[in-house]
Design a protein around this ligand. Structure first.
Ligand code: SF4
Length: 465
């Protein structure tokens, strides 16, 4: 009997800006491994794969001049497109990022002839990226008119009702991977996903021809509930962490797999990005054990933490392990140095804890400019002065400042305080749109330049350890 087949798709991104900061569609990669374990034929098309096929250049696309930085991050292919009506007043160019439509269509037509799917699963990430889902579902509906197209992921979870209005999508799955069980049952797939992250296999990287990094999670969930974050909706089963020795095996298998695909020594993957929400939580039983193993075996990896770390959980042993295992420019989430704003958003870290951590990092060997701190600007009710003070404070402790524009997220505490206009069309949840309506917009833009200038004073570009 022919085994059933599922096509997984990570759509293109429609936004003012996008950058590959070790970004992979991890939900799909875990799902692929789970499906393969249960004898499902899987194909995956990731529109955001920067190395898919850049030989055939399309004239309306802008191709990045440099492929990647030394840690595997880089710019996507992009094409300028007209701004949607609702955000047309923003004075910035709007782009479609990712593999050109023509190449995607060719891939799907090949699949149709060689391994036609019985189900298509489309992932969605940012709520305000849903135009990528629209593009994909229209294309797929034409090529595969009789195949169910199931949408899951962040947008599908946080904007379920909106997602249900998109044409071409057959089913919307809100919540984590375990909620796909109902659609598998509905379409007679012999598949069952266990809701416990600990039992998930390693993410499946077999579809990528070239990789310069591996991203994965050691855990899902977070013990906090910040006023601007919806992780508690996205991870309804709470915090769950895999055994550090299992993670070690996962990393080793992903790296060795990559080596066979990239035989040139220069292409060996040694950049590992952790996409946990709370990587350092409960560290004695998790990350510390893992790092000790890698240090003992003298593994030459660089570790990256794009999601931001909790300064509260760092102790002297952990700071030393991070330094010796080569956490490159570890990123800490402070968001604001204003005590009142910290308290209002759920007290995930205080200035005292943050300063203690910076001291421990420096004691462990990190120099000024070798660690990064995330700050938020444009939070509801946040004054320009508080943002400026936060920038100065973080700089005074020798950190690179990474300033993020606030974007409103459904189901958060902040969401309840927002104007109705952000609740109709998810495009208005775009950070660039939200901050453009701030009465202090110009001053906030000046603060970006201010932070950039300060960063130049401490930035160290390369780790030479
Ligand atoms: S600590 Fe981070 S992941 Fe956890 S709730 Fe706050 S913002 Fe979200």
């Amino acid at each position: 009997m022919k085994s059933q087949s599922i096509l997984l798709i990570n759509p293109p991104v429609y936004d003012f800006a996008a950058y590959d900061l070790w970004a992979k569609p991890l939900g799909l990669l875990y799902l692929s491994s789970i499906l393969k374990q249960q004898n499902i034929n899987v194909n995956l098309f990731d529109y955001m794969d920067r190395f898919y096929d850049n030989e055939n250049k399309f004239s309306e696309y802008i191709y990045p001049k440099k492929s990647s930085n030394e840690y595997g991050c880089g710019h996507y292919i992009k094409k300028e497109i007209p701004k949607p009506e609702i955000i047309r007043n923003i004075k910035r160019k709007y782009y479609r990022f990712g593999i050109p439509e023509e190449q995607a269509e060719q891939f799907f037509l090949n699949i149709k002839n060689t391994s036609k799917p019985d189900m298509i699963i489309v992932a969605s990430i940012m709520t305000y990226w849903y135009l990528g889902v629209v593009e994909v579902s229209e294309l797929l509906r034409n090529i595969f008119p009789d195949v169910p197209i199931v949408l899951g992921g962040v947008y599908a979870t946080l904007c379920e009702e909106h997602a249900k209005t998109l044409s071409g999508i057959t089913d919307v799955v809100s919540g984590g991977l375990v909620n796909f069980n109902s659609v598998f049952k509905k379409y007679n797939f012999d598949v069952e996903i266990d809701c416990d992250f600990k039992k998930f296999p390693a993410p499946d990287y077999s579809f990528y021809k070239k990789k310069e990094y591996v991203a994965l999670k050691t855990s899902v969930g977070c013990p906090f509930k910040c006023s601007y974050c919806a992780q508690y909706v996205l991870n309804k089963n709470g915090y769950s962490v895999k055994s550090p020795l299992v993670i070690k095996q996962e990393i080793e298998s992903l790296v060795s797999y990559s080596k066979t695909l990239n035989p040139q020594p220069s292409a060996v993957v040694n950049n590992i990005a952790f996409y946990d929400d709370a990587l350092l939580f409960n560290s004695n039983n998790s990350i510390k054990v893992l790092l000790k193993e890698f240090i003992k075996e003298n593994k030459k990896f660089y570790f990256h933490t794009p999601n931001g770390l909790h300064a509260r959980f760092v102790d002297d042993e952990l700071a030393e392990l991070m330094f010796n295992a080569k956490f490159v420019k570890p990123r800490f989430s402070l968001e604001t140095s204003n005590a009142e704003e910290q308290k209002n958003s759920n007290n995930k870290v205080s200035n005292k804890e943050y300063e203690r951590t910076i001291n421990l990092l420096q004691k462990a060997g990190y120099k000024q400019g070798e660690y990064v701190t995330y700050l938020l600007m444009g939070m509801p009710g946040q004054s320009v002065e508080n943002v400026r003070e936060s920038i100065k404070y973080v700089h005074s402790l020798g950190s690179i400042i990474s300033l993020s524009e606030y974007s409103p997220i459904p189901y958060t505490k902040d969401w309840q305080t927002l104007d109705e206009k952000f609740k109709q069309d998810p495009l208005t949840q775009n950070n660039t749109f939200f901050i453009s309506l701030n009465k202090d917009y110009e001053k906030l833009q000046e603060l970006k330049l201010f932070a950039k200038e300060l960063n130049k004073l401490v930035d160290i570009q390369t780790i030479n350890r």
